[in-house]
Design a protein around this ligand. Structure first.
Ligand SMILES: [Zn+2]
Length: 319
């Protein structure tokens, strides 16, 4: 048997060709169904959400009117996702593309915006107020926004309202259904908030410190009374590596604060966190899911299940 030919990586010079292919795919799609959104005979929206948690939130608003597709597959880091040509074709053919916003999608957002087609970009976090780091917490870089609003279920109620409004605008005939679905899901988010509060209440208030691999849990910390001691990776994304001095400062901050654990997302490399945990004698939890749902049979196939799973992992680390 001969080995299959090596697959070539997509490199920068291929980009114009990819965009041309995407444009061709859009033209074919338009010619094929011949039913632009103004012809009124589709009755359904074609919606893509960047992240899997966002697709689940949007699906709850859509109800049974249409299925929301996910761009970034479960387990991939949304801070650093690079779409394949096929993904871009799907985005270009969509009516709406829902993104988290706040800088989470980084350069991906530019790609999605420039891909052509008639998709409207919906910023799910529009209108939410960016957090300011708490006293003693490492500062954000110049011009950086913390995009992790969704780890506060109260903020997700704004996502729901933004998504509902975008659906109503694109598909006015579904307005009543979207309003009912959005209200029902918002009620579930309120229950989730109460559930997290009750779980977190098991941790004495003075012990509620978080050391994160990257700055993911600021909004969660603000909502549920945690102090962020520090992050292994500097900045709000996952692209930057820390200097030896930053790691030294973090080690000291962990010792000073009496922090119990370092929390790492399952899609991130836990190596540095494990090193620091070994040095400081704290636990390391390497399987927070906050960037992504699991597949249908997994522990967190929905946004609400993901929040419950992460909360449980955090609460367990303090026992
Ligand atoms: Zn993140």
């Amino acid at each position: 048997m001969t080995a299959p030919p090596a697959r070539r990586r997509v490199t920068a010079p291929l980009l114009p060709m990819i965009l041309a292919l995407v444009a061709a795919a859009v033209l074919l799609a338009a010619a094929g169904c011949g039913a632009g959104s103004d012809s009124g005979d589709r009755g359904r929206l074609d919606v893509v959400a960047a992240e899997s948690f966002l697709a689940d939130i949007a699906q709850n608003v859509a109800g049974d009117r249409f299925t929301v597709r996910t761009l970034i597959p479960p387990g991939a880091d949304p801070h650093a996702f690079e779409p394949a040509p096929k993904d871009l074709g799907e985005v270009a053919a969509a009516d709406l593309v829902i993104v988290n916003g706040g800088g989470l999608e980084g350069p991906l957002l530019d790609t999605l915006t420039n891909v052509g087609g008639s998709a409207t970009i919906v910023d799910a976090s529009a209108g939410l107020k960016t957090r300011t780091p708490q006293p003693g917490e490492p500062p954000l870089g110049a011009g950086q926004i913390d995009p992790h609003f969704w780890l506060d279920p109260v903020a997700v109620q704004t996502y729901v309202a933004n998504i509902r409004d975008a659906f109503v605008k694109a598909d006015p005939s579904g307005a009543a259904a979207y309003a009912v679905n959005a209200a029902a899901y918002s009620a579930k988010l309120k229950q989730l908030d109460a559930w997290i509060k009750a779980q977190v209440a098991q941790i004495p208030a003075q012990d509620r410190t978080l050391v994160m691999n990257h700055a993911s849990h600021g909004y969660f910390a603000d909502r549920y009374g945690f102090q962020i001691v520090g992050t292994v990776l500097p900045g709000v994304g996952t692209a930057d590596t820390p200097t030896a001095r930053q790691l030294g400062d973090l080690t000291q901050a962990i010792r000073r604060s009496g922090a119990k654990a370092i929390f790492v997302e399952i899609d991130e490399n836990p190596q540095l966190a494990e090193q620091i945990a070994a040095e400081t004698g704290v636990r390391v939890v390497t399987d927070l899911l906050d960037h992504s749902l699991t597949a249908a049979g997994g522990v967190a196939p929905t946004y609400i299940a993901m929040m419950k799973y992460d909360t449980q992992r955090i609460v367990e680390a303090f026992r």
